[in-house]
Ligand binder design. Sequence first.
Ligand SMILES: [Zn+2]
Length: 310
Amino acid sequence: MTILYEHDSALRHVTPPGHPEQVARIEAIRHTLDDDRFSALDRREAPMGDRADILRCHPEDYVARVEASIPAEGIRSLDADTHVSSGSLEAAMRGVGACCAAVDAVLAGEAKNAFVAMRPPGHHAETATAMGFCLFGNAAIAATHALDVNGLSRVAVLDFDVHHGNGTQDLLWNEERTLFASSHQMPLYPGSGHPHETGAYDNVMNVPLAPMTGGVEMKKAWGDMILPAVDDFAPELIIISAGFDAHAADPLANLNWSTDDFAWVTAAICDVADAHAQGRVVSTLEGGYDLNALAASVAAHVRVLMERDG
Ligand SMILES: [Zn+2]
């Protein structure tokens, strides 16, 4: 059955009052996943990340800089959006650890798929730059772990967060064993993600979506463009950067996806995973800032993962 990775450290990464990437996001998700409908989930504690896994994507001096930035108390700003508190390093390290443990568990056949409900998110963290609420590139780290530790040859990282996953793109730009594909609103933060950004080996695919578009356009982007490319790539594992801020209710962006749209895209990704990767999917939480929409969308996403793992 679907594995759920969580840890209380995700509640101890504290951001300034009013910040959208807040502790309450995890509380909302937990409240929802505590419902009886999710009692079959295989719940596991997120383990601490292995430094060697991080160093495959980020240089030593960057990791040292993040470590040195952690305040003993209060909140410190790394940029206008990105903040750390005393609990942030453990939360980020357990996010990395959970993503890599999820890869190990899924590849060992313990489950077909897994969801990592941790924060801070990861897809904006570039090689040597924390940004966009993110410290370490969880999805890219999990992908390179699957390649170098588990010995896979092809891993796809698919990102449906409303913001472009500039960090994942940066970390995997020169990695021809990965396909990184993203749909995202444009124009929007961080400003990257144009279709002409295709990676060093044609291994990056960006499909921008116009503001105010919804499920019809999303299904075209994924059904006609992204998923056929993933099908051609034939990944042995799919990692999802699962951001839920394309929801119509989200305060940070202007796409109009419904909760059902997240279920649709999840099922469509699972179809490709079934065709090439024995159904193996590791999904990690990125954005999603309207608490009710986030909880409902995560529930829809995890329901589909559970149905596929039945
Ligand atoms: Zn986002």
